[in-house]
Design a protein around this ligand. Structure first.
Ligand SMILES: Cc1cc2nc3c(=O)[nH]c(=O)nc-3n(C[C@H](O)[C@H](O)[C@H](O)COP(=O)(O)OP(=O)(O)OC[C@H]3O[C@@H](n4cnc5c(N)ncnc54)[C@H](O)[C@@H]3O)c2cc1C
Length: 380
C-alpha cells in the first residue's frame, strides 16, 4: 500500500529497501537458523555494519551532536519498517544509543560511555526488570546505598538483553529505605566491577536471549551515578514513546512481508484444481490483513509524525503499539494458514516471523499496560 511520503523520507525508505533487498534478503535462505544479525558470523556482520555506516544510517536515532544519524521518530520508523521486512540481519541497524545516558550523563560520562556506544565500539545493556517487578517498575527492590568511598548496589535483575556481551550496564536502583517512585536512581556499572555477576541465560521464543544479573555488594564510585540521586524515575520516558513507535514500525514491516508472501502463495498454489486465490475464504483473509495493516500504518505514521513535530504523543504511541503489535499477530497467523504445512516449516520465513512477533506485546510496555495508559489519560 503506497503512502504519500515527503520526498526526503521516500528517498530514505527507498535507500533502505534497496539495501535490504540486495544485502539482507539473500541471507534469509543462507542462514536459516540465524534469525538476526547478533548471530551472524562476525566478519559478515562487520562488513554489513560498514555498509550501513556508509549509508549514514548507523546509530540512526542518536542525535548528531553525539555522532548519530539524528533521524527523527518518523524517519526512524520508515527505516525500521523496511529493515523488518526481512528476517535476517536486522541487527546491523541495531540501536547504538543510550537515551538515559544522553539525558542524565555528565560530559565525562558521555565521552566515556555514550560516544563509543554510538560509534559501535562498546555496548551497553539496560537493567530495570526484576523477578518481582518488571511491568510494575515502581516495585523494584535493587538498592543503592551511600558509603564513605562511593555507593554500593545490591539486588537481582532479570530478562536483561545484551547483558552477556555488554561492557557496561545502566541499572535502575532505589536509594535504600525509599518506597515506590521516590528514590529511583540510575547508575552505570562496568561489567567487570567486582560484585556484578551475569547469571542464567534465559532463551526466548524468538531466538533472542536475556540474562539474570546479580549485584552483590557491588561498589561503585560517585562518578558512576547518573543524575541526582533519587531523581531517576522519569529519565528516558521521552525516548520510551519513540521506542514504542519503533516496535509498532517493526510490526508493520513484518506484516507487510507476510501479506506479500500470502498473496504470492495464494496465486500459485493449486488445490482441488484451482488456485487458492480463487477461493473466497482465502480472499477474505488477504483482504482483512490488508485492511488491518493499512489501519495500523496510518496510526503508526501519525504517532511518529506528531512525535517528530515535538507533540506529546503518549496516547498515540500507546494506541499505535497495541494496534500494530496485535495486527501483526493476526496477519502472520493468516499467512501461515494460507501456506498450510509450508507455513510452519523453516522452508518459508513465516514460522520465524510467527516467533519474532510474540514478544512485542510484552516488552517496552505490555498491551495491558498500554491500555491502562490510554484509559488513565481519558478518565483523569
Ligand atoms: C525479549 C525481551 C527482552 C527484554 N529485555 C529487557 C531488558 O533489556 N531490560 C529490562 O530491564 N527488561 C527487559 N525485558 C523485560 C520486560 O520489560 C518485562 O517483561 C515487561 O516489563 C513485563 O514485565 P513481566 O514480564 O514481569 O510481566 P508482569 O509485570 O509480571 O505481568 C504479567 C502479565 O500481566 C499483565 N499485567 C500486569 N499487571 C497488570 C494489571 N495491573 N492489570 C492487567 N494486567 C496486568 C501484563 O501486561 C503481562 O501480560 C525484556 C522482556 C522481553 C520479553
Amino acid at each position: 500500500m503506497d503512502f504519500n511520503l515527503p520526498e526526503e523520507s521516500q528517498m530514505l525508505k527507498d535507500t533502505v529497501r534497496r539495501f535490504v533487498d540486495s544485502e539482507l534478503m539473500p541471507l534469509e535462505q543462507q542462514l536459516p537458523d540465524r534469525p538476526n544479525c547478533v548471530d551472524l558470523p562476525e566478519d559478515l556482520r562487520r562488513k554489513l555494519v560498514a555498509k550501513v555506516e556508509e549509508l549514514g544510517l548507523a546509530a540512526a536515532e542518536a542525535p548528531v551532536e553525539v555522532g548519530g544519524a539524528g533521524l527523527g521518530p518518523f524517519d526512524a520508523c520508515l527505516v525500521t519498517e523496511e529493515v523488518h521486512r526481512c528476517t535476517a540481519g536486522r541487527g546491523v541497524f541495531a540501536m547504538r544509543f543510550a537515551p538515559v545516558l544522553y539525558e542524565l550523563g555528565t560530559v565525562q560520562q558521555k565521552e566515556k560511555y555514550l560516544l563509543p556506544t554510538v560509534r559501535g565500539e562498546i555496548q551497553g545493556a539496560s537493567a530495570f526488570s526484576e523477578p518481582q517487578a518488571a511491568g510494575d517498575l515502581a516495585g523494584i527492590k535493587t538498592t543503592l546505598e551511600k558509603t564513605p568511598a562511593g555507593w554500593v548496589v545490591n539486588g537481582n535483575k532479570c530478562w536483561i538483553s545484551y547483558a552477556k556481551k555488554a561492557d557496561y550496564i545502566l541499572v535502575l536502583c532505589r536509594l535504600k529505605g525509599t518506597q515506590r517512585h521516590e528514590g529511583m536512581t540510575w547508575v552505570i556499572v562496568e561489567k567487570e566491577t567486582p560484585g556484578c555477576v551475569v547469571g542464567r541465560e534465559q532463551k526466548m521464543l524468538h531466538g533472542h536471549s536475556t540474562y539474570e544479573v546479580y549485584f552483590e555488594n557491588c561498589e561503585i564510585p560517585d562518578s558512576q551515578l547518573l543524575g541526582e540521586p533519587g531523581k531517576g524515575w522519569s529519565a528516558g520516558t521521552a525516548f520510551l514513546y519513540s521506542s514504542r513507535i519503533q516496535i509498532a514500525a517493526r510490526a508493520l514491516g513484518i506484516a507487510d512481508r507476510c501479506l506479500e508472501l500470502a498473496v504470492e502463495y495464494a496465486r500459485q498454489r493449486q488445490t482441488f484444481g484451482k488456485p487458492l486465490a480463487s477461493r473466497q475464504a482465502i480472499q477474505w483473509m488477504i483482504a482483512d490483513s490488508s485492511i488491518e495493516l493499512h489501519g495500523a500504518r496510518l496510526m503508526v505514521y501519525d504517532a511518529a509524525w506528531r512525535a517528530q513535530q515535538g507533540e506529546n504523543v503518549i496516547q498515540q504511541t500507546a494506541m499505535a503499539k497495541i494496534y500494530a503489535t496485535e495486527m501483526v499477530g493476526k496477519v502472520v497467523d493468516r499467512a501461515v494458514q494460507i501456506h498450510g504445512a509450508a507455513g510452519l516449516s523453516d522452508e518459508t520465513v513465516l514460522e520465524r516471523c510467527y516467533r519474532d512477533i510474540r514478544p512485542m506485546r510484552i516488552y517496552e510496555g505490555s498491551s495491558e499496560a498500554m491500555r491502562s495508559v490510554i484509559a488513565r489519560n481519558l478518565l483523569k
